[in-house]
Ligand binder design. Structure first.
Ligand SMILES: [Zn+2]
Length: 117
């Protein structure tokens, strides 16, 4: 690590994003666990109990959000690999440079605006 690594460099930004994402995942898992626990405490009949349906829906929402955080973590790993390879900031699809505005907003993005849309 050199003195070039200021707060605005990609490594720091990816590290920060990873920390936030892992905290988010941890709190989602806690939420998931508490719902599972609440469900098993009461012998609910999922098919006829409206409460059971709500719980099932909440679990689905949390599972979807957890999937999202996993995808983000995978993107971060890939972005760090691209940093090591010296190709960070280059679109993995078309090979053009990704704008710095986009990288500021989405430091782990693998593609440019054109390819992402
Ligand atoms: Zn592209």
């Amino acid at each position: 690590m050199t003195s070039l690594n200021g707060p605005g460099d990609p490594h720091s930004r990816l590290d920060a994003l990873r920390t936030v994402t892992m905290q988010r995942a941890a709190s989602l898992v806690r939420g998931f666990d508490s719902i599972v626990k609440a469900t098993s405490d009461v012998a609910t009949d999922d098919e006829h109990d409206p409460e059971g349906n709500t719980i099932a829906w909440e679990r689905q929402q949390i599972a979807a959000l957890l999937d999202e955080t996993r995808t983000t973590l995978t993107d971060i790993d890939a972005a760090e690999q691209r940093l090591d390879d010296g190709v960070y900031g280059t679109c993995t699809i078309c090979g053009l440079k990704i704008t710095s505005e986009r990288l500021d907003a989405l430091p782990a993005t693998p593609s440019c605006v054109g390819c992402a849309s």
